[in-house]
Design a binder for this molecule. Structure first.
Ligand code: SF4
Ligand code: SF4
Length: 340
């Protein structure tokens, strides 16, 4: 086993691909320009370097953030290797459309802490309207198989179900929560989306449905409470359920949070649209993390104290009116070796 020598303080968000199999209406992948971007996987040598230098310092690690991890054809190998570093809380988020036995077995081998499955709808129409390109039937088959697989395995990750809400699906959220509970979810998360102005998401948001949204969310919460399942509601529009910004702590990106894109760029978080802190292709993580750009940004964070509530964040962009930042995050160029 490759045991940690350093103190584990970091929350690490890592994408090993720049691609997704879907074009969800809530996501930058629905931008038509994405189809023309070359798809790539973080090369194994670069991944191995990231793993050896960063994972021993991680208290939390997610192997996906902005993209679909199962688009990495070797994801099972990447996951199993991550498991060797024994990060206390390791997870990945997936749409589950490509979930196969090799991934499930790697979850068991790596003793994955949590697997998060996106369930944006409680019926075929709502789900497939939001999750463009996904099949409701395949989701049901794959999740039933995963349930059965984990029930027979010596290790079961916690199941977190994420339900993202827009006008097209929020009325089916109660059914979605029922489904999540049938799957044996340990945690349910209901959230309105971040805004991606470039894909017309504002027109789908729930600004004018606050009261109806509130009653849906309360019913969802009651179901979870009755099943003693933890529920997290991240709402911007439901009266009485909106996130109370006075209770949100300052953002700890740059202190404990770090994001690494599939091309090796190191950033304070995965929504970071400014210059990266550095790239791991030819620098070590220590060089990047202790470099002058991070030091200058830390000064700015200390001055401005942005809240850890990403929908209102302006520090992550050079220009708060920059509508194209999310596309540029997906369009980072392929990393070319050799990797120092
Ligand atoms: S929300 Fe997730 S599954 Fe949907 S397009 Fe974006 S990365 Fe893919
Ligand atoms: S608040 Fe801003 S800097 Fe902090 S994690 Fe969110 S988007 Fe990133």
């Amino acid at each position: 086993m490759l045991r940690a020598m350093a103190e584990r303080t970091l929350e690490v968000f890592l994408d090993t691909v720049n691609a997704c199999n879907l074009k969800c209406v809530t996501c930058a992948f629905s931008d038509p320009r994405v189809a023309a971007l070359p798809k790539y996987t973080m090369p194994w040598e670069l991944y191995e370097k990231v793993a050896r230098q960063v994972f021993p310092q991680a208290e939390y690690l997610t192997l996906s953030c902005l993209t679909e991890p199962l688009m990495n054809p070797k994801f099972a190998r990447y996951l199993r290797f991550a498991g060797e570093f024994e990060v206390p809380r390791m997870e990945f988020v997936t749409n589950a459309q490509l979930l196969r036995d090799e991934h499930l077995q790697a979850c068991v081998d790596a003793r994955l802490w949590r697997i998060a499955i996106s369930l944006d709808g409680g019926d075929a129409i709502s789900y497939e309207t939001v999750r463009r390109g996904a099949s409701w039937d395949r989701l049901l088959v794959n999740t039933a198989h995963a349930q059965d697989f984990f029930a027979r395995a010596p290790h079961q990750p916690i199941l977190r179900v994420i339900i993202t809400l827009v006008q097209d699906n929020f009325r089916s959220a109660v059914e979605a929560v029922r489904r999540a509970l049938q799957w044996g979810a340990g945690e349910v998360e209901l959230r309105e989306t971040l805004t991606f102005p470039g894909i017309g998401l504002q027109a789908r948001q729930l600004k004018h449905h606050g009261d109806e949204l509130r009653s849906v969310l309360l019913e969802c919460k009651a179901l979870c409470d009755a099943a003693a399942v933890s529920v997290l509601i991240l709402s911007e529009n439901a009266p009485g359920l909106k996130v109370d910004l006075s209770g949100v702590p300052p953002c700890h990106a740059l202190e404990r949070r770090v994001a690494i894109a599939a091309n090796g760029d190191v950033m304070p978080c995965m929504l970071w649209a400014r210059e990266p802190l550095g790239n791991l292709r030819d620098s070590s993580f220590d060089q990047v993390w202790n470099g002058s750009w991070r030091a200058r940004l830390r000064d700015q964070f200390r001055r401005e104290r942005p809240l850890l509530w990403c929908p209102t964040c302006t520090i992550c962009k050079d220009d708060p009116a920059d509508d194209d930042a999310y596309f540029r995050l997906l369009a980072k160029p392929r990393p070319l070796g050799p990797f120092a």
